[in-house]
Write a protein that binds this ligand. Structure first.
Ligand code: SF4
Length: 430
């Protein structure tokens, strides 16, 4: 049975790919968050997510919602919750949808299950929808001890919470399994879709490549991963995560929605790769190339890609390198992971990411993460070799893998200290 989910006025799971994004304002900045939500809704966001770091922010999101409705904007809001079951439960009666990772509700897995059951009851009473959002890198020990940090672990973890929702007669559920690694995320979604079909309850999937970075690379990585899932007839809503203003995500998400929306949930054959011709903008050309080639590369149907002979050779070589790297078939520059930032970000993430990229562009065979907060950043860096994590108060922590090497480094020194550490390690290895 395929379940259709209602989130306020929006339906997810009817074959149309719903476009969504997330505010990067602070939630206690009510005016700023209302203004950004209005801009996002006007630019095509059908759902707007807002972080709710703790119980103290629940009245803030309630007031944001009230002001949006007063302004005539009925875009459904999604509360983004990490760790706090109490905050999730409080938000379930305030907004249309709540995004959680139930495994993080409590260290004790049985207690996390109890809290999840309590949360589902509140959602049921208020008609709220839920996204079970599990990211590669933030799975609990309960699951990684059994399956490792793998796509299988992501799908199995999601199935536990899906079964619980079904056992509690709660079906207003969307699921996401995001990773920055396109191979991992595509495989995780495929495994989960198969597991749901075997179980007999297929819930809509929210598809995204998390921490994709910015610029052409972020767009290409997002399209390679998301197109690989959507072109297989899997997925119902997308968020493109760029380390840029959230408005910039929407043209990419809308391109994916236009290209892969289906006429009915069972109509995978009618996925209609848009046969664009004529004068495309550079961005649309890049998106189209990433969607055309990404699935073929990830499915191992091709090993290399070509562009028309009339194309500028330097641009063709650049795009070839970018798409091959996004599909993890060849690495021609450092691999960057950078979160989009949200209301938890306490520093200028976009500027820091640009500085780190500029100062590390000469390095090879290294994965560098630039993350917006110390609460989730270290956990969500997944398989990064190095991490630059903003602490707030103009201070930065530098990680090697999951281990913090330096803490409270002044922002103006942090990128240089990171480069020095990476180069020193390279000398030792050499
Ligand atoms: S890692 Fe980035 S996007 Fe995730 S909660 Fe922290 S600041 Fe927000």
């Amino acid at each position: 049975m395929k379940h259709i989910v209602r989130v306020g006025k929006v339906t997810i799971g009817d074959g149309r790919i719903v476009v969504q994004t997330m505010c990067n304002t602070h939630t206690d900045d009510i005016e700023g968050t209302v203004a950004q939500s209005l801009r996002l809704a006007a630019a095509g966001a059908e759902l707007v997510r807002i972080t709710v770091p703790g119980l103290q922010d629940v009245p803030h999101i309630a007031e944001i919602r009230r002001r949006l409705r007063e302004a005539g904007c009925d875009v459904p809001l999604v509360a983004d919750i990490h760790f706090s079951a109490e905050t999730a439960i409080a938000c379930a009666s305030v907004v249309e949808k709540v995004r959680i990772n139930p495994g993080n509700f409590h260290r004790d897995h049985e207690k996390a299950r109890e809290k999840f059951a309590e949360f589902l009851e509140v959602c049921k009473q208020h008609g709220s929808a839920v996204r079970i959002g599990l990211n590669h890198g933030s799975l609990g020990a309960f699951i990684t001890e059994k399956y490792g940090n793998t796509p299988r672990a992501m799908a199995e973890a999601a199935m536990e919470w899906i079964r619980m929702a079904v056992e509690h007669d709660f079906f207003n559920v969307v699921v996401s399994l995001k990773a920055s690694n396109t191979v991992v995320m595509a495989e995780a979604y495929r495994l989960l879709q198969q597991a749901m079909e075997d179980y007999g309850h297929v819930f809509p999937l929210h598809v995204g490549v998390t921490e994709a970075g910015n610029g052409d690379s972020g767009r290409i990585k997002s399209c390679v991963g998301i197109a690989s899932v959507l072109s297989a007839g899997i997925g119902d809503t997308v968020r493109v995560s760029l380390t840029e203003d959230p408005e910039a995500e929407l043209p990419v998400a809308k391109y994916l929605s236009d290209r892969y929306s289906r006429t009915s949930p069972s109509d995978t054959a009618s996925c209609h790769p848009r046969t664009c011709s004529g004068n495309l903008s550079r961005q649309d050309y890049i998106l189209r190339a990433a969607c055309d080639w990404g699935p073929k590369l990830l499915n191992r149907e091709v090993d290399d890609i070509t562009f028309p002979e009339e194309m500028d050779p330097a641009e063709a070589e650049y795009l070839r390198n970018e798409i091959l790297q996004a599909a993890r078939r060849r690495f021609y520059k450092p691999e960057y992971i950078a979160c989009p930032g949200c209301g938890r970000t306490m520093y200028n993430l976009q500027a820091a990411f640009e500085e780190v990229k500029a100062k590390t562009a000469h390095l090879k065979d290294v994965v560098i993460a630039v993350m917006g907060c110390v609460v989730n950043g270290p956990g969500e860096m997944a398989d990064a070799d190095w991490g630059y994590v903003g602490e707030g108060n103009h201070k930065v922590s530098i990680y090697k893998g999951r281990t913090p090497l330096l803490r409270h480094i002044p922002e103006e020194e942090a990128a240089d200290r990171l480069v020095a550490l990476i180069e020193a390690e390279g000398l030792q290895d050499g």
